[in-house]
Write a protein that binds this ligand. Structure first.
Ligand code: ADP
Ligand code: MG
Length: 320
């Protein structure tokens, strides 16, 4: 869907390039996270994708066509942009902010108003807020309005630059959950930038880990990153408790499939009654927590009419 080929960006006066010889593919319908330290070129990459700035060299394709050949209104319709630090226009109402792109595209007032109302409902914002100015909204409400603005023309692609950077951890967690729900319904192609590895692991179908100099160190699923970091840099970037974090991503379904293979599908224990039970949607980490907290040798995991006993060894095997 989005393809970057040998893209380099040198800012005027900059000693080293902000982005150097970057090639990557962002598949349609996936949420791809770019994560890396401040200054590694993340914002520059987003701005080159929607042509706020032009690459010094290299080519960017959207659905196989070079973006450099697109008319501005086609790009606006195709790519929604959530700007770093929200970036709502302070002197425009929330309604006008959300209607920015439809207005630029020349929609009539009625159509814009209907779309704004739809988006406000979609983002769980109160329609009373529409006539207010951005500073009269909480941080979380502003972030939601920023996402609504990016979605206004229903673009297939969404670029989100640290979209939850300006809110406290509780609101941040909630907004992350909302984005995942939204993505389940909308199936956009999303490129999301963050410097927070936990956010990346929670949200990303795939994560590109960048080093200081704007080079991709690894581009992989969260599970793959945690299981097999490609370099000491990635390992360090992932931080402590890598195995526990992976356990937090791995659902017990995986064990259920493995253990429910024909021969040992049914191995009744004598002491079923006393064992704690977990749903198969719970994670390996949940099971570890239960086992560590109690005296039990196993937990019972059920899905439909399949029931298995999961012990420490099973959890360890799942993490191998
Ligand atoms: P990130 O979003 O990962 O923090 P940026 O893409 O904003 O990184 O910046 C990458 C590098 O390019 C940094 O060294 C930054 O100082 C530099 N840079 C960004 N914008 C400009 C600009 N307009 N002019 C000159 N240098 C810039
Ligand atoms: Mg940035």
């Amino acid at each position: 869907m989005i393809r970057l080929e040998h893209v380099t960006k040198r800012y005027e006066g900059g000693q080293a390039p902000a982005v150097e010889d970057l090639s990557m593919v962002i598949p349609r319908g996936e949420l791809v996270v770019l994560v890396g330290p401040s200054g590694c070129g993340k914002t520059t990459i987003l701005k080159m994708i929607n042509r706020v700035i032009e690459p010094s060299s290299g080519t960017i394709y959207l659905d196989g066509a070079e973006t450099s050949t697109f008319a501005p209104h086609v790009l606006r319709r195709s790519i929604g942009y959530v700007i770093q630090r929200v970036g709502l226009f302070p002197h425009r109402t929330i309604a006008d902010n959300i209607g920015t792109v439809p207005t630029l595209l020349g929609w009539d007032d009625d159509r814009i108003r209907r779309r704004v109302e739809e988006l406000v409902a979609l983002m769980g914002l109160d329609s009373e807020l529409l006539d207010r100015y951005p500073q009269a909204l909480s941080g979380g409400q502003q972030q939601r309005a920023g996402v609504a603005r990016a979605l206004a023309a229903d673009p297939p692609v969404l670029l989100m630059d640290e979209p939850f950077g300006a809110v406290d951890p509780v609101v941040r967690t909630r907004l992350q959950g909302e984005l995942l729900d939204l993505q389940q319904r909308l199936h956009k192609t999303i490129v999301l930038v963050t410097h927070d590895i936990d956010e990346a692991l929670r949200l990303g179908d795939r994560i590109a880990v960048f080093s200081e100099v704007g080079r991709i160190e690894q581009f992989a699923s969260p599970e793959e990153l945690l299981a097999r970091p490609a370099s000491p840099y990635v390992d360090e970037f992932l931080g402590a408790h890598r195995t526990l974090r992976r356990a937090g991503l791995l659902r017990l379904d995986a064990i259920l499939c493995r253990k429910a293979m024909p021969a040992d599908a049914v191995q009744p224990y004598q002491d079923d009654a006393g064992l704690p039970r977990l749903a198969s949607s719970a994670t390996v980490r949940d099971a570890l927590d239960v086992l560590l907290a109690g005296k039990h040798q196993a937990v019972i995991v059920t899905s439909g009419d399949v029931t298995v006993h999961v012990a420490f060894d099973d959890l360890r095997a799942a993490l191998e």
